[in-house]
Design a protein around this ligand. Structure first.
Ligand code: CMC
Length: 431
C-alpha cells in the first residue's frame, strides 16, 4: 500500500483525529480509518460500500467516470481484441502476460483438468430436471470440496494452486452438465483437442448421435464473453468470495458463495432478467409503455441491462460486445428476429431519452451478452451460469491475493444499531 505523509483531520465534539491518506497508483485517494474506533470510539456508516475500499488490490482497476477497465494495467479493449480468455486468466492469476511456453503449459494444464469426478454425475441426478442451472451450480461447486480433498488446505500454496486450476477448468464442464441435465440430454465429456470456448460450446450443444463442428466465429464470440466477464474488482460476488474466505473456508465453498451472490438480478442475473424483459415487451410498439414504467417513481420496474454502479459514462465491456453482437447476428442471419428488433430499438430509445441520458443509464455488458447468447441458442437460464464460469478466474485471483496478504483478517463489518434499547423479558401471560 502506498503510504503518504498526508493526513485528513476529523473533528468530533471538539476533538481532532488525524486520518492517514493513501495514494493509490490510480483512482481516488483513500482515508485510512482502521484505528478510528480505537481512537475516537465511532464507526463509519456506508451501506452498499459506495465510499469504502474493503481491501488493497493489484488486479483490476475501473475508472467509472472515463469508462475504463484494466486488468493488471492492460485495458480491456486491447485484451478483448488481441488476447483470449486463457491468456487473460494467466494475467489475472499471476500478474503478467505469459511467454509462449508459459501460455502453452497453462493451457495444457487447464485443458487436462476439465473432466469432473465421475461420481459427481450422481450428484447431478439428485436435482429435479426443472432446477435452475444456477441452483445446480451452487450445489455442485460447493460439493467439489467433498470430491477434491487434496486441494482444500488453504494454508498450503500448492493446494491453493491446484484448487485454482481445477475451478477454472471444471466450471465450464459443470455449467454444461447443468444445462444438459435440465434438458434431459446425456452429458458430453470435454475434449482435449479443443480450446476453452469451443469445448464449452461442444459440451452444451453436441449430442452423441451426430458430429458437432464448432463455428470459429461463435467460438470467438464465446471467448470474448468469457474474457469480458473475467474480473471486475470488488463487485458484490467478489466481495462475497473475499468475505467467505476471510473465515478460512475452503476455495470450493467460497466460489459457491460467489456464484450464489452472482445469481441476483441486480448483478449477474441481469442478463437473464434482460432477455426476459425483452420477451415480455415482445414487440417494438410496446417499448414506450416500458420506458414510461422505468421512469415512473411509483413503479419498481427497471430497464434490465441498463445502468451500472461504477460506470457512469460507458461500460467498456458493452462497447466490445456490441460489435460481437453485430457479427454474431449477421453470421446467424437472425437480425430480423423480433426479440432482437426489440433490443435494438430499446437501445436506440434509451440512449436518446433525457431520463436515461441524464442519469447516465446506458446499456451494460449484460444487455449485449444476453443478445449474443440468445442468438447462439442458449436458453436464458444459462446466461448467469456462463457469467459465473467466466468470473471464476476473477474470484480466484482475488481470493489468492487475499490469502497471501499477511494483513488478512476475518471480514466483520460494524452496524448502526436502530433497534430497541435494553429491556426486560416479559412472561407470556403478561403480554
Ligand atoms: N432503469 C430505470 N431507472 C434506473 C435504472 C434502470 N435500469 N438503473 C438506475 N435507475 C435510476 C434509479 O431509479 C435512480 O433514480 P433516482 O436517482 O431518481 O432515484 C438512479 O437511476 C440511480 O439508481 P441507483 O439504483 O441508485 O444506482 P445504483 O448504482 O445503486 O444501481 C444498478 C446500479 C446496476 C443496480 C442499477 O442501475 C440497476 O438496477 N440496473 C438494472 C440491473 C442491471 O442491468 N444490472 C447489471 C449491472 S452490470 C453487470 C454486473 O456488473 O453485475
Amino acid at each position: 500500500m502506498a503510504d503518504t505523509k498526508r493526513t485528513a483531520k476529523l473533528t468530533i465534539d471538539g476533538n481532532d483525529y488525524e486520518l492517514p491518506i493513501f495514494s493509490p497508483t490510480a483512482g481516488p485517494d483513500v482515508l485510512d480509518i482502521r484505528k478510528l474506533y480505537a481512537q475516537a470510539g465511532v464507526f463509519t456508516y456506508d451501506p452498499g460500500f459506495t465510499s469504502t475500499a474493503s481491501c488493497d488490490s493489484t488486479i483490476t482497476y475501473i475508472d467509472g467516470g472515463k469508462g475504463e477497465l484494466w486488468h493488471r494495467g492492460y485495458p480491456i479493449d486491447q485484451l478483448a481484441g488481441k488476447s483470449h480468455y486463457l491468456e487473460v486468466c494467466f494475467l489475472l492469476l499471476y500478474g503478467y502476460l505469459p511467454t509462449a511456453d508459459e501460455l502453452e503449459d497453462f493451457e495444457s494444464l487447464v485443458t487436462r483438468h476439465t473432466m469432473v469426478h465421475e461420481q459427481m454425475i450422481n450428484f447431478f441426478r439428485g436435482f429435479r430436471r426443472d432446477a435452475h442451472p444456477m441452483a445446480i451450480m451452487v450445489g455442485v461447486i460447493g460439493a467439489m470440496s467433498a470430491f477434491y480433498h487434496d486441494s482444500t488446505d488453504i494454508s498450503d500454496p500448492w493446494q491453493r494452486e491446484v484448487a485454482s486450476i481445477r475451478l477454472i477448468a471444471k466450471l465450464p464442464t459443470i455449467a454444461a452438465m447443468a444445462y444438459k441435465y435440465t434438458i434431459g440430454q446425456p452429458f458430453v465429456y470435454p475434449r482435449n483437442d479443443l480450446d476453452y470456448a469451443s469445448n464449452f460450446l461442444r459440451m452444451c450443444f453436441a449430442v452423441p448421435c451426430e458430429d458437432y463442428e464448432v463455428n470459429p466465429i461463435l467460438a470467438r464470440a464465446m471467448d470474448r464473453i468469457f474474457t469480458l466477464h473475467a474480473d471486475h474488482e470488488q463487485n458484490a460476488s467478489t466481495s462475497t468470495v473475499r468475505l467467505a474466505s476471510s473465515s478460512g473456508a475452503n476455495p470450493f465453498a467460497c466460489i459457491a458463495a460467489g456464484v450464489a451472490c452472482l445469481w441476483g438480478p441486480a448483478h449477474g442475473g441481469a442478463n437473464q432478467a434482460c432477455l426476459e424483459m425483452l420477451k415480455e415487451i415482445g414487440t417494438v410498439d410496446r417499448i414506450p409503455e416500458y420506458i414510461a414504467r422505468a421512469k415512473d417513481k411509483d413503479d419498481p420496474f427497471r430497464l434490465m441491462g441498463f445502468g451500472h454502479r461504477v460506470y457512469k459514462n460507458t461500460d467498456p465491456r458493452a462497447t466490445v460486445l456490441k460489435q460481437s453482437a453485430d457479427e454474431v447476428l449477421e453470421l446467424l442471419g437472425v437480425e430480423n428476429n423480433p426479440l432482437l428488433q426489440v433490443a435494438k430499438e430499446l437501445e436506440k430509445v434509451a440512449l436518446s431519452d433525457p431520463y436515461f441520458v441524464e442519469k447516465k443509464l446506458f446499456p451494460n455488458v449484460d444487455f449485449y451478452s444476453g443478445i449474443i447468447l440468445e442468438a447462439m441458442g442458449f436458453p436464458t437460464s444459462m446466461f448467469t451460469p456462463i457469467f459465473a464460469l467466466s468470473r471464476t478466474v476473477g474470484w480466484i485471483s482475488q481470493w489468492k491475493e487475499m490469502i497471501s496478504d499477511p494483513q488478512m483478517k476475518i471480514g466483520r463489518p460494524r452496524q448502526l444499531y436502530q433497534g430497541s434499547t435494553l429491556r426486560d423479558y416479559m412472561d407470556i401471560e403478561d403480554r
